[in-house]
Structure formats: C-alpha cells, structure tokens
Write a protein that binds this ligand. Structure first.
Ligand code: PMV
Length: 352
C-alpha cells in the first residue's frame, strides 16, 4: 500500500470543573489552537515503526511489534518517562485496532508531530489516541463515523490509564467547546477566547527519579488523592463540588454574554476550590498569583493540577485582560512555557 494518511487533532483546556466532573458535576472544556498530527504510511519491513518528533521538550524513536505475545524491541531515543507514556497510547491504539477491527501489520510507519506539551493537562494522551486511531482506520479502510473514532479512542485511553473522563477525547475529536455533566458530553457553540497557558514542564533536578517515572500516572494519583480527602471531609467536599457546579453554569452564561470580568472572577474562585481540594502545587500557585497581581481578569490551574512531590508539573490558564505581555514575561522568568492560545479550534482533520 503506497499511501499516506495524516490525521490531526487539537489540544484541550478545561476552563471549569476539572476534578469535580469526576463526581458528576458540570465541566466546560475547549479545544485550543495547538495540534498533534499522526502520519501513517507504508514501510518495507513488517511491523509498526513509531517516530515521535518535536513534542515540546523531547523526541524519541522505537520499533514496535504490535501483536501480543511477540518480543517488543524498544529503542528509546531519550529515556524520559513521559516518552514511554506517549508510546503507551500508540501501542494501546494499535493493539485495540488489531483486536477490534483485525487491521494488519504488513509494514506501517507512524509518525507523530506535536505542539502539545506532555503531562501538562492539555490532552496530549487523548490527542495521541484519536489521531492514531483515525489515521490507522483510514489507512486500513476501516469503515465508521467520527463518533466511532471518539469512542474507540476513549476505550484505549481508559485501557491504558485505568480511568478517563470523556472530555479529552470529545474535544480532540470534535474541537470547539464541550460541557460534560454526569459523564454525558454536550457540544456547545461559544465565542472564541484569547487565553494564556503557562506550563511547568521541567522536572526539578532535585526530584527523586522514581517519582519522575510516576509522572505518567499524575492524573490518576491526583484523582485518588482527592477521593481520599473526600472520604475524611465528605460534607465539606460535597459543598465544594456543588459550588464548582454552579461556577461552571455561571461561566457558560458569562461567555455567552461576553462578560469577561465575571468570567475571570469565576476562574479565580474555581482556582481557589482546586487549591482547597489539594491539587495546586507551589509552582502553579505562584504562576496563578503573579498573573492575578499583574492584572489578569482570571487565572486558574487547568486539568489535573499537580503536587509538589511530583515536581509541580502542570499548567495554569489565564484570562489576561490587558496584561498579556507582562504575564507572559513573568511566566518565562519563572521557568514556565507561556503560550498564547485561542479556544474553540477545529476538531479531527483527516487528509489523504
Ligand atoms: O490533566 P488532565 O488533562 O489529565 O485532566 C484531568 C481532568 C480530571 O478532571 C482531573 C480527571 C478527569 O478524568 O476528568
């Protein structure tokens, strides 16, 4: 087969309601204009060869024998835990497609190019699953609609990481905005927002290397931590969860009304609730605080957040108002990756 398929998908940010969504509360997420692309083409040797390029901060290459039971030869280009995490989703997608749809392995090159930092709460795992599955299905001529790709990708994400809410795969597939309530995904038409994402991606040298290798499990660990605390402080946590639900509902109205002052204030309150449940590490807290001090309308942790034990790796989302330049400069001084982003971008795009 001498053809090349390219599937690309957007990154996501959770604007409101992360963690609380796990307990059935409303959450609002949006695609952003940072994309991940998977290119699938034929290769002469049998089996899958995976190449991951220009993911912010590292790259790697390996040979992957997809079928179960065979020896797998793994040649990491750089031994970095996040790299093996990205690969786990590619491997999971290939194995799933083999089992579910009987795709072959006559010699396939899978090349991934990404603008989405890893372990940052920006949906790189879901993006990898959706784009890999979409590209391979197209390459092997597997029939089905986009909704099927979304649910395939969600199955793989759950399989690889144990549990996953449907937010990330929905955004990667459909783009735009989604509101999630009691695990139901509803697509929303809302206006584009200009935001800044500040991403702490570097692991401090002082960090225990066994902890560094746990980073791939960051979301799982943080969700479990919230559950443990809730068992001790149940009624207090339930009030916090209800408050978050109300915040998300009000935020949707604020975006519809173009009321950015209210929207920003709701982001700040949401951030406070995330701090209260223990998912705001010092480095992310400082990024949010400095943004607020410099004049941001709102600043909050986005995604799973982080912990000091796991190096404070994670991201904040800022509604910058007039203070964008100084916020970006302050983030860079703090050692964070600062990205200007727009919400509501296009979903899955397949090119032959
Ligand atoms: O950081 P991320 O992109 O893995 O986001 C996790 C969001 C949570 O609400 C904490 C978990 C979930 O599955 O919804």
């Amino acid at each position: 087969m001498d053809k090349k398929i390219r599937a690309s998908v957007p990154a996501k940010v959770i604007l409101f309601g992360e963690h609380f969504v796990v307990y059935g509360k409303r959450a609002l997420a949006a695609a952003i204009n940072r994309r991940l692309a998977v290119e699938v083409s034929s290769r002469e040797k049998r089996g899958y060869h995976v190449k991951i390029e220009n993911i912010p901060t590292f790259g790697l290459e390996l040979d992957l024998e997809a079928r179960k039971g065979r020896d797998r030869k793994v040649l990491p280009y750089k031994d970095y835990s996040a790299a093996s995490k990205a690969l786990a989703y590619v491997k999971g997608s290939v194995e799933y497609l083999e089992e579910r749809y009987g795709i072959g392995d006559e010699g396939v090159e899978i090349e991934i190019k990404s603008e989405i930092p890893l372990s940052a709460g920006l949906g790189s795992s879901a993006a990898t699953c959706v784009a890999t599955i979409a590209a391979l299905k197209e390459y092997f001529g597997v029939k089905g609609d986009v909704e099927r790709i979304r649910s395939d990708a969600h199955s793989v994400e759950k399989e690889v990481q144990g549990a996953a809410s449907p937010i990330d795969t929905a955004i990667s597939t459909y783009g735009g905005y989604v509101l999630v309530e009691r695990n139901e995904v509803k697509r929303m038409q809302l206006a584009e927002l200009n935001l800044i994402v500040g991403c702490v991606g570097s692991i401090p040298l002082s960090m225990d290397s066994t902890k560094a290798s746990d980073l791939g499990l960051k979301t799982k660990t943080l969700v479990a931590g919230v559950k443990d605390k809730r068992e001790i402080f149940t009624s207090i946590f339930d009030s916090i969860f209800d408050a978050s639900d109300e915040i998300t509902a009000r935020a949707v109205r604020a975006i519809e009304d173009g009321d950015f002052v209210t929207l920003g204030a709701l982001m700040n309150i949401n951030h406070g609730l995330l701090d209260a449940i223990g998912v705001v590490p010092r480095r992310l807290s400082e990024l949010a605080k400095v943004s607020q001090e410099l004049g941001a309308l709102g600043a909050k942790v986005t995604g799973a957040g982080g912990s000091d034990e796991m190096g404070g790796v994670g991201s904040v989302l800022v509604l910058p108002g007039e203070a964008g330049d100084s916020i970006q400069a302050a983030m860079k001084i703090a050692g964070a990756l600062a990205m200007d982003v727009k919400t509501g971008g296009e979903g899955l795009k397949i090119e032959t």
